[in-house]
Write a protein of this length. Structure first.
Length: 140
């Protein structure tokens, strides 16, 4: 597994933990990240993803809800919901090309979700790609 992929996976695991147990605090999350990832830069990347999703969670949930036709966030599997949050955060708040982000999200959905998770995550995230990001990524 690529190093940044591992950091994304750990960030997803932490988001899942906090989603199911909101009492988990930031210090505990940092410790869990450090237990799973040895390299400090990757720990920082995983933390940045986790903290970014938590900071923008309400806005991310609203955007996801708008494009996830006929699906309420509460009805989604926790793994799918957090995979979408992570992917949406990176799409909307980082410079990483959208194709890479969606591929990463699909791999996580396949690993942690059910048989339909990958296609569901793909469809929702594709609708969230900002037009300027889509154009910039196509030009490269």
């Amino acid at each position: 597994m690529a190093r940044r992929s591992k950091a994304r996976e750990v960030a997803l695991q932490m988001l899942y933990q906090v989603d199911l147990n909101p009492d988990v605090d930031g210090h505990a999350v940092r410790e869990m990240i450090a237990e799973r990832i040895r390299e400090k830069p990757l720990q920082d990347f995983a933390w940045t993803l986790f903290a970014g999703v938590m900071e923008y969670r309400a806005a991310l949930d609203e955007r996801i809800q708008r494009v996830a036709t006929n699906w309420k966030l509460g009805r989604m599997a926790a793994t799918d919901r957090n995979c979408l949050r992570l992917g949406a955060f990176e799409l909307l708040h980082t410079e990483t090309p959208h194709r890479i982000l969606i591929d990463e999200a699909l791999e996580l959905a396949k690993k942690y979700g059910n048989e339909q998770s990958a296609s569901f995550v793909n469809g929702v995230l594709d609708k969230l790609v900002p037009e300027e990001k889509r154009k910039a990524d196509s030009a490269e």
